[in-house]
Design a protein around this ligand. Structure first.
Ligand SMILES: CC(C)(COP(=O)(O)OP(=O)(O)OC[C@H]1O[C@@H](n2cnc3c(N)ncnc32)[C@H](O)[C@@H]1OP(=O)(O)O)[C@@H](O)C(=O)NCCC(=O)NCCS
Length: 179
């Protein structure tokens, strides 16, 4: 089925938060309690936080839609000072979530390609991300997309400290050709 990628705007905030909440419950319910997920979503996906992200020149939020329906989204952070985990040559994939019904259909790969395109435009050399260590499906997915585990970083999940894996993937067009 045809899927289209486009930048998010203010009208997308409510459906985006709903998709994030449902996907968090589906993905993390085994490892985290629902109350903590709700606390995290209320803070990190508040109208104010998402509006600020949409207005921030260092942040890109892209949506993927199938048949006009929101199927997932991608949030990219270009500013290395924000987390101190990723260097100035790395574009961070800060969020990548697909609705459960849209998983397993190749849309994640489409969004990784969109991230790589954005990274090239910004003159970055690689993509980087953090992933919950127990999220085996996502880790396998990122490995299939050319990412490797490179270390760990601290992630504050509504007051619960997680030590997530960091993963990186070079941008192929930056492979150096000897003169
Ligand atoms: C991780 C994610 C971005 C991958 O994108 P995707 O487009 O689903 O990737 P793929 O098409 O390669 O499929 C991923 C997995 O779903 C499985 N899958 C296949 N059909 C499926 C279906 N109908 N429904 C659900 N999963 C299905 C695939 O077999 C694969 O699992 P495997 O690694 O065990 O083989 C996406 O699945 C997702 O958003 N998951 C939930 C949120 C999440 O974990 N985000 C990453 C946070 S760091």
């Amino acid at each position: 089925m045809f899927a289209a990628v486009r930048p998010a705007n203010a009208r997308d905030i409510a459906p985006l938060r709903e998709l994030a909440r449902n996907t968090f419950l589906d993905t993390y319910a085994e490892g985290c309690d629902a109350a903590r997920i709700d606390a995290y979503i209320a803070e990190a996906y508040s109208h104010q936080a998402l509006s600020a992200a949409l207005e921030d020149a260092d942040i890109t939020v892209l949506l993927i839609e199938r048949a006009g329906e929101l199927a997932g989204f991608l949030q990219l952070h270009a500013d290395d000072a924000r987390t101190a985990t990723f260097d100035a040559d790395t574009l961070e994939i800060a969020r990548l979530y697909l609705d459960r019904r849209a998983q397993g259909a190749g849309l994640g790969a489409r969004l990784i390609e969109a991230a790589a395109e954005r990274a090239r435009t910004l003159g970055k050399r690689r993509l980087g991300l953090g992933v919950w260590r127990q999220n085996d499906r996502a880790i396998r997915f990122y490995q299939r997309q050319g990412f490797e585990i490179t270390g760990t970083h601290r992630f504050d999940f509504a007051g619960e400290i997680h030590h997530d894996y960091t993963m990186h993937r070079p941008l192929s067009h930056h492979l150096e050709i000897p003169a």
